[in-house]
Design a binder for this molecule. Structure first.
Ligand code: GAP
Length: 508
């Protein structure tokens, strides 16, 4: 709690290895997952290449290359193009709660899939679970959230603005002065962030419980079941992606601080003597992970928590922070949870959650390394990192807005565009290509307005490739493939398209 490679491949033949030999048409038989798995062997190897995130071979962009993006631009794009909408907007909305539109849900799914793949699928000693949002209320007493999950707030007696004590600049705290108007601040008041709910229907018999304030608690609750049902041994980890709920007193900055949001957690269980080793390992692993998905790698850093900002369960903690227009802000927390969680749940439940080493017979409560990040913050930071407004150039006379998302994250992988919509043969051929491609990846067909506008519409949502069907297509069965970042174009046979694109839009 905060105080509270892609290496671009040059077309080629690699995709053919994944063609199957069934009698169905070739384009329907490419197995992207087979290809993916085949390639992933190298992904986290010692000598792996940097995970470049572009359709073109580019090196990491430095902050000087592009200015920090105002959050309003990303909010406006998100609403206009169907990434994110304010929740219950027709009723005036609810602060800190959002819905995800058609493109947003694709991006979210891609983000989740990538995390799961790189954390669970690639690590033999990590397993996944999906726990429920509602648990027994005692869980939250044991976890310390009922008692400790609080924010302290002060109000300005003059301008009535409300501040979180842990967000106040040190001098304002010392002088008890409002950072906005200099007015006197009230005494701090404490607010618990847990959202209450009730199980049962009969008044008097209903049991008060909570929507989970941190998703990871299910992992401790299921730890013993995972251990027994999978026969895995320490050291091992359990992963989960799931919703968490907090009555944040100062929600804001779009998706950054919400009241309902999604977390991803790894809880890694170790022998106490190996805690430092695994803490360092996962800290590094997660940092590299984030470096691999952004363009501006110089906007990433670690920040160690001061002892007065450590969460109640953490003995030490580092935040992986990203620098955007919001300043340096937490993206993920790496926490040294020690034996806090399993000891407390043993104590409160009466169940012994200690571990017996099968070789040495030593009995102990495992210590835990936690890496806990947010799907929503990843969504927001990816958009802020990828968004760029390009001035007019020789390649694009009008200038354009482009989302330089990695093709793997891009909500739409390819758009198929007939050069003209009033030429039946062009339209029929383009629709045919679209129906072949959509079996493999998210593909859009678009014939509205001139071709330049259509390219710009796709650039704005991060579509890495546009396939244009023109008059030459009707003669030689080739199409133009335009790539988003450099706006370069190549000519490709229609039959080569599926393999070419599958290779480009996958991690390799
Ligand atoms: N289990 C540890 C834990 O919950 P945390 O630092 O409070 O730690 C982990 O949360 C991650 O969850 C944060 O790094 C952030 O990415 C995300 N997160 C936390 N509060 C959030 C909020 N109100 N809105 C959006 N994301 C949030």
């Amino acid at each position: 709690m905060a105080s509270h490679t892609l290496v671009k491949k040059q077309g080629g033949t690699a995709h053919r290895a994944a063609l199957c030999s069934c009698p169905r048409p070739t384009q329907a038989c490419i197995r992207p997952w087979a290809l993916l798995i085949e390639r992933l062997g190298n992904f986290f190897d010692e000598e792996r290449d940097p995970l470049m995130t572009q359709t073109e071979d580019r090196t990491s962009l430095s902050t000087e290359d592009t200015p920090l993006v105002p959050i309003e631009k990303v909010v406006a794009l998100s609403k206009r193009r169907g990434f994110v909408y304010p929740n219950s907007e027709i009723y005036g909305g609810v602060s800190g709660i959002y819905d995800f539109g058609p493109l947003g849900v694709e991006l979210r799914n891609n983000i989740r899939r990538y995390w799961w793949w790189s954390m669970v699928q690639l690590n033999d000693n990590v397993l996944g679970i999906e726990g429920n949002i509602i648990t027994h209320p005692r869980v939250w007493e044991a976890s310390g959230h009922v008692e400790n999950f609080v924010d302290r707030l002060v109000d300005c007696k003059n301008c009535k603005r409300r501040w979180r004590v842990d967000h106040l600049p040190a001098e304002n705290l010392e002088q008890n002065k409002c950072p906005f108007c200099g007015g006197e601040l009230t005494e701090p008041r404490t607010f618990n962030l847990m959202m209450e709910t009730y199980i049962g229907v009969v008044e008097g018999e209903r049991m008060k419980t909570y929507l989970r304030g941190e998703a990871c608690q299910n992992i401790y609750l299921d730890y013993d079941n995972v251990l027994k049902s999978s026969r895995i041994q320490i050291p091992f980890g359990i992963c989960q992606i799931g919703k968490a709920f907090r009555n944040e007193v100062t929600p804001g900055n779009f998706l950054f601080r919400q009241r309902e949001f999604e977390q991803w957690d790894l809880q890694f269980f170790v022998h106490p003597s190996e805690m430092q080793k695994w803490f360092d390992y996962w800290k590094e692993y997660r940092f590299e992970w984030y470096k691999g998905i952004i363009n501006h790698t110089d906007r990433l850093r670690f920040r160690a928590h001061e002892s007065n900002e450590l969460a109640h369960y953490a003995k030490q903690a580092f935040d992986i922070e990203y620098r955007s227009i919001l300043g340096w802000q937490e993206w993920e927390g790496i926490h040294w949870r020690q034996d806090w969680d399993l000891s407390r749940h043993s104590q409160y439940s009466g169940q012994d959650l200690s571990y017996t080493d099968p070789a040495t017979k030593e009995r102990y409560i495992p210590w835990i390394v936690e890496t806990s990040g947010g799907v929503d913050r990843t969504f927001l930071f990816l958009l802020l990192d990828a968004y760029e407004e390009e001035p007019p150039s020789d390649k694009d006379k009008e200038g354009r807005t482009v989302l330089r998302l990695h093709p793997w994250f891009a909500p739409v992988k390819v758009a198929v565009l007939p050069l003209q919509k009033n030429k039946e043969e062009l339209v029929t051929t383009a629709k045919g290509i679209h129906s072949r491609l959509k079996r493999l990846m998210v593909a859009q067909y678009d014939d509205v307005s001139n071709i330049g506008r259509r390219y710009r519409r796709q650039d704005e949502i991060g579509t890495p490739f546009c396939v244009t069907v023109d008059f030459q297509t009707l003669e030689d069965q080739t199409v133009t493939v335009r790539e988003r970042d450099g706006m370069t174009q190549i000519r490709l046979a229609i039959d080569e398209l599926p393999g070419y694109l599958v290779e480009k839009v996958m991690w390799s």
